[in-house]
Design a protein around this ligand. Structure first.
Ligand code: ADP
Length: 264
């Protein structure tokens, strides 16, 4: 890895000595590059639906003016493109909020069993549409962690939604919650939520980059399904904020397992 040093020279008065200090600015350069990449990505992601919208507006003003059927069809596509932009902006705001809060410890008492039950209930219509059976395996009594209820809910929603969208062809998505007195991943008592699908799995080459913003293992499918490419980046930051761990295991042709290990 290249390292860039910034050299600072100072002339020190009567002694006539020159003090030279080195400061490693590699990380600053990397942060700058990441910011530039991010801005380029966001611009590209917003411009694609915007270009489509502008194209349809032109067509509606001209050739399709008197064609009622075409007008309805185009308006439907325009609504979908506007919806995509809306979701992207929503996810960007979520990501920004979570990043800003990453150093602030969440303090709510959150019952994970209740959270998981209501997450699955709200995603049932999506599962029904995809022909996916959702199964939930949780302890009978409440399991409480200290955290941010809305953010944990978002983690579970993103993971289960992904399992349905990308792993739905396996027919079933299993969600489980288990407890350990000591988990080395969090060096203490832990609650682990596992979201598992039996879908096509993820090629191992993609795994290390999966939580990067806008990284998609299957770009075509993600876009077709209306993905913003930010879901797992948001998950990663929320899990970090909770001092937890995210683990991804996947085998091609067998399915994927996303585990969230939270300290109790
Ligand atoms: P997206 O908005 O594209 O769904 P995410 O950050 O949530 O973005 O996920 C990143 C990528 O990881 C997805 O585009 C998809 O290629 C892959 N992925 C996520 N979950 C699964 C899964 N359960 N099975 C297969 N691929 C998955």
């Amino acid at each position: 890895q290249d390292t860039t040093f910034e050299v600072e020279c100072r002339y020190v008065g009567a002694l006539g000595a020159v003090l030279v200090s080195f400061m490693d600015v590699t990380h600053l350069e990397q942060a700058g590059q990441m910011r530039r990449d991010f801005v380029a990505n966001v611009s590209h992601e917003l411009r694609t639906p915007l270009t489509a919208l502008l194209g349809f507006i032109e067509t509606l003003r001209g050739p399709a003016r008197e064609d009622a059927a075409a007008r309805d069809r185009f308006l439907q596509i325009m609504a979908e493109e506007a919806d995509r932009m809306n979701r992207l902006v929503g996810d960007l705001l979520s990501l920004n909020r979570v990043e800003n809060q990453e150093r602030i410890r969440p303090r709510e008492k959150v019952d994970l069993t209740g959270q998981l039950r209501s997450t699955l209930k709200s995603l049932q219509p999506l599962a029904d549409d995809a022909g996916v059976e959702l199964s939930l395996d949780i302890p009978g009594q409440p399991v409480t962690v200290t955290g941010d209820a809305d953010q944990l809910r978002q983690v579970f929603t993103n993971l289960v939604e992904n399992a349905i969208k990308y792993g739905g062809s396996g027919g079933v998505v299993n969600v489980s919650l288990s407890l350990r007195e000591r988990d080395p991943a969090v060096r203490g008592p832990a609650a682990t939520v596992v979201v598992e699908d039996k879908g096509p799995g993820i090629d191992p080459v993609h795994l290390p980059r999966l939580t990067e913003r806008f990284y998609r293992a299957d770009s075509h499918r993600s876009r077709q399904l209306g993905g913003t490419g930010l879901g797992l980046a948001i998950v990663k930051h929320i899990v970090n904020r909770h001092r937890g761990r995210l683990r991804v295991e996947s085998e091609l042709g067998k399915g994927s397992q996303f585990s969230i290990i939270l300290p109790r």
